[in-house]
Design a binder for this molecule. Sequence first.
Ligand code: F6P
Length: 547
Amino acid sequence: MEIKQTRLDELPSWAALKANAAELKGQSLASMFEADASRADEMSVDFGGYHYDFSKQLASPETIKLLIACAREAGIEERIKAMFAGEAINVSEDRSVLHLALRAPKGDEIIVDGVNVVDQVHEVLGRMGDFTDKIRSGEWKGATGKPIRNVVNIGIGGSHLGPEMATIALSHYSDREMKFRFVSNVDGSDFAEKTLDLDPEETLFIIVSKTFVTLETLTNAGTARDWIVDALGEDSVEHHFVAVSTNAEGVAKFGINTDNMFGFWDWVGGRYSMDSSVGLTIMCAIGRENFAEMLAGFNAVDEHLRSAPLEENMPVLMGLIGVWNRNLLNLPTVAILPYVAEMARFPAYLQQLEMESNGKHVMLNGDQVGWDTAAVFWGEPGTNGQHAFYQMIHQGTEIVPTEFIGFCDPIYPLGNHHDLLMANMFAQAEALAFGRDAETLRAAGSPESQISARICLGDRPSTTLLIDGQLTPRALGTLVALYEHRAFTEGVLWGIDSFDQWGVELGKVLAGTLADQLMDADKPDLQHDSSTNSLARRYRASQKRPV
Ligand code: F6P
């Protein structure tokens, strides 16, 4: 497809944005708030019970206007339309990018190669629903006639992080009579530890792999097969394994009946797939109705992305603030700080979403970018992080833009826990923005010898997403979709393909060669650099293999 390829540094508004950044340099957040009483209102947007406050950014309302102008000049509106129309905006793989279709309501129409993919999506959702009903009700039996009580998701990357993150996040909505486990790492400890206390008679493995060739997943799936067959015999496999994949041939070759396979499509990227059949474990945990609620949350954001003016478009604004911090203020990381214990795996989920999508060095036309792309995403839930790494965020030499996420209502209304949790979240953002100067410390009676060590300089930017209600399936879908479209927005400005991931290929190829060489019974011909050769020899020696 014909995609308008623009260079970020040649956009008409880019120079004005750079001038704006230079102008704001040295201005404190305290002075900006003082000068503009309506700053918090001006620099925040609302959508569907989500309040996004970006007034504590090192930016002005003018900055936001210029960022929006840049987004327009970069063609974001056209690219949103192209994505919804199923055009091949994943240029390097010549594919449509249609995770939007995964949550489109029944009756919608998105045509790819003459087929309405929304109908296909709902056909698979129906099969998933019927299957999960059987698992949850106990109608689906293991080989010895016992109902399934344990579901083990085997997959990695997008086939792991979404199912794990969401199942943990929505544990309050899940069937507490059942156990849900997630095996991803090729380290045998992962499989061993996660299955240690499980009874094979009551255990179902869901093997999730878009390609069904991924080394880690196929290795773990093989081990799972042995674990079941050793306990229950060869004929038991069909009762204890189902697959989620786009590769029916691979699934059949592995020995899983393709009647027990749930498909998806090449227009769903792995990191955008938790709302496809890749979310089968999530649906087993929370049930089909709650899964449908989660999809409705995703869909609401899709409709917002498509219809809201850029000035009020929450995911677009989130992406533009990402670009501001990355490219105008040159800040290399982003800390994701959910004040929700259940969202412990959300930062890890976002790492793949942002860093696999936008960690790119060339533009769509193959030219080198001349600016930074994906920031390093990291984080932990509050308040835990406060007692670990926040010291560095408050007083370290590196400025870390932080993203606070909190819900107005708790899942468990225990005593005053939630008030304390929220007080901490608001306090951290306030402390980061406004700091504490020597005068304040002196007035509070601080010994003179401690003043310099206790000063917090402030002007550490943060955003706060304050969400009505509690963490529900719908709220989680909304949140994930906001971040999906935020990554998309950044990618459009950076001029890159946010939907391929060629960078992971080389390591996989080299691992294949090295795996053969490490396992070779004879001395292998090691042709690597001297460091890799020496490490391989040392490892072989440790395994008593010839070196
Ligand atoms: O190696 C990266 C990657 O291809 C991710 O993009 C993907 O989510 C993951 O591996 C797993 O791939 P698959 O679902 O095909 O096993």
